[in-house]
Write a protein that binds this ligand. Sequence first.
Ligand code: ATP
Length: 193
Amino acid sequence: MQFRKLKLTGFKSFVEPAELRIEPGLTGVVGPNGCGKSNLLEAIRWVMGENSPKSLRSGGMEDVIFAGTERRPPRDFAEVVLQAVDSEGEELDVTRRIERGAGSAYRVNGRDVRAKDVALTFADAATGAHSPALVSQGKIAQVIAAKPTERRMMLEEAAGIAGLHVRRKDAESKLRQTEANLARLEDLMAGLD
Ligand code: ATP
């Protein structure tokens, strides 16, 4: 999957709509302290489903919405659109939007989808909110010092099999539910005899 464009509105310090082209290859973001470099990376993680306050440097979900400054009022919503092209050349438009008091919602190519669908789409394409391809400040040292289990997770993500783990968990929980239903059915049938 290749990321092509990132559009932000009301996300953290990006109060005005901003659009950035993402060219093929390695992309670096440079700029003075506090200009929003990390916010950009967080926007990419967020649109791919990130919710962790630590990864987003936030206290709550709504902290990603522009909080206002002395001169500008806060915004009511934040929206991030990530345009990408998948391995078959199909265009993929993923949108995440959060409104104050209303939570966040996702759309893929204009269609409402669940957070899980978005996470699986990116996991299958060997990327996602925790992809090692997104390198934030201090991350290089972290990769070098990673434990073998953490390295394995990075390799699995790079190989595009991270989505399989999610599916396996889903399948296991469905299996348990079905077994419970079957046991109940057998009890009921025994009662009819
Ligand atoms: P550094 O190089 O110092 O790490 P940076 O370029 O990575 O900085 P960021 O950390 O991305 O900068 O941006 C920080 C700025 O974003 C701060 O000025 C902070 O006030 C602003 N900011 C973060 N969240 C919000 C929000 N919800 N509303 C408004 N501004 C925000």
